[in-house]
Write a protein that binds this ligand. Structure first.
Ligand code: ADP
Length: 432
């Protein structure tokens, strides 16, 4: 390739030779004109190329520009390479930025980036949802103007971010509990991480309620038992009276035993995370057992009918299935007044699902209680449950067993008319 200086010397030589020839033939005026013309050609060429470059720069398409020849080819070629490299590196930076944004958006936690004045530089959509922010609208707004909770404003003002802050009743319908913490980064900027701890808070409250309920349930029979013991100890009682007290003590002890047994059953069910076994459970034998127990518990006070409309059996854990079925039957007996009727049925529906149902003509349950019946210790009528020896855990146990067998517990009830409790087992749990 010819260097720029060589080109320049060449052009000068050509101009000089042409001017010399013109001088020899046509005189000095023509010679000057020829010399200037030859010297002007590269200038015109350069001007044309600069004009083209200007045009391509305006349309941001320098890299597509056709290359001229000569000295400008080299310049344009290098320029194009530079522009291409710049665009490529821009694309990579943009891609990396998009990846970071995608990762932050995928986070289940809210993320807010704050500048040194606590203005929102960026936030993900979870943070928008938690705080009711709209990023496009609220960008570069001070966050304490948008989240007006005093504890949050104080937290920001203190600038001590070692401990997280819990804010309750947040979110669109004030139903969320949020744990947030600010972490410093860059130059005086902060990353605000926000975690939804609503479920944890609920679980914690449930655990506290559960402990309180168990203590309460235990305290009552223990207090009664101690009262009887003191009486028997301190008073000279006749044998019949003493026997009467012993009977009453026995029934309180029995009540505690039932409660402890139900608690253990629940704990075992909860601890067992594996799905229930797949053993064949013979429904005929199960129904016969249920009938015996039911008649013993009812002592002739109710009219029973036990129907099995299919030869299909169940696949599951026999002990658990018996526990769930007998809980439903014993509830029907305990809550249905004397001379009431109770129907226990096993059938297969049109979808091939197995249905175990218990219908009674008892007092029924008002609809507002239905969704809460399977909560531990939830009772519609506390004293009736206790009088009949209920622990308040029966339906919680049934629900656990149902879910371990992928079954659904359905409850229909009409106050004053009666109730229907049904366990619906999936096709896969039915043995032909
Ligand atoms: P409990 O030991 O108190 O019977 P359960 O968990 O078995 O506890 O039942 C929860 C509540 O549901 C009962 O206290 C009772 O109010 C109501 N209940 C359950 N079964 C029936 C039924 N067959 N008829 C009317 N109410 C019922």
């Amino acid at each position: 390739m010819i260097s720029a200086l060589t080109r320049f010397i060449l052009i000068l030589c050509v101009a000089f030779i042409a001017a010399y020839i013109a001088l020899a033939n046509w005189g000095s005026d023509i010679a000057i004109a020829v010399g200037i013309l030859i010297l002007a050609i590269p200038l015109i060429y350069s001007y044309v190329n600069l004009a083209r470059l200007g045009k391509y720069i305006q349309t941001d398409s320098v890299e597509n520009m056709p290359l001229p020849s000569g000295l400008w080819e080299e310049i344009f070629f290098r320029l194009q390479r530079l522009v291409r490299a710049l665009k490529q590196s821009n694309r990579q930076i943009k891609q990396q930025y998009d990846h970071f944004i995608e990762a932050f958006q995928a986070s289940p936690n809210g993320i807010v980036m704050l500048d040194e004045n606590d203005q929102i530089e960026w936030c993900n959509s979870i943070a928008e949802h938690f705080f009711g922010l709209i990023f496009k609208r609220d960008v570069m707004q001070r966050i304490n103007f948008l989240i007006r909770r005093p504890e949050f404003i104080q937290y920001l003002a203190k600038r001590n971010f070692e401990e997280p802050l819990l804010i309750e009743r947040m979110g669109p319908d004030s139903s969320l509990s949020l744990m947030l913490q600010a972490f410093p980064f860059g130059q005086k900027r902060h990353l605000l991480l926000v975690q939804n701890v609503t479920d944890l808070q609920k679980a914690d409250a449930m655990r506290r309620d559960f402990v309180a309920n168990v203590s309460h349930e235990m305290r009552t029979p223990i207090t009664v038992l101690m009262g009887f013991l003191e009486t028997v100890q301190s008073l000279e009682l006749e044998k019949t009276q003493r026997d009467q007290y012993f009977d009453m003590m026995m029934s309180q002890a029995q009540r505690m035993k039932c409660l402890v047994e139900d608690l253990l059953t629940l704990a075992n069910l909860e601890a067992n995370t594996l799905p229930a076994a797949n053993n064949p459970v013979h429904i005929g034998t199960l129904m016969a057992l249920l009938r015996n127990d039911a008649e013993a518990l009812s002592q002739g006070r109710h009219a029973f009918s036990f129907d099995i409309s299919t030869t299909a059996d169940l696949l599951g854990d026999e002990r658990e299935i018996l526990s769930a079925f007998s809980n439903l039957v014993s509830n029907a007996i305990r809550y249905t007044p004397d001379v009431g009727a109770i129907n226990v049925r096993w059938s297969i529906n049109q979808q091939g699902q197995g249905e175990f149902s218990v219908l009674d003509t008892g007092p029924g349950i008002a609809s507002e209680h239905l969704s809460r019946l399977t909560e531990r210790f939830y009772r519609v009528d506390r004293s009736r449950s206790r009088d009949t020896g209920g622990t308040g855990l029966g339906l919680a146990i049934v629900k656990h067993i149902a879910s371990r067998h992928q079954a659904q517990l359905m409850i229909e009830s009409t106050p004053g008319k009666g109730s229907m409790f049904m366990l619906r087992f999936p096709k896969e749990r039915i043995s032909p």
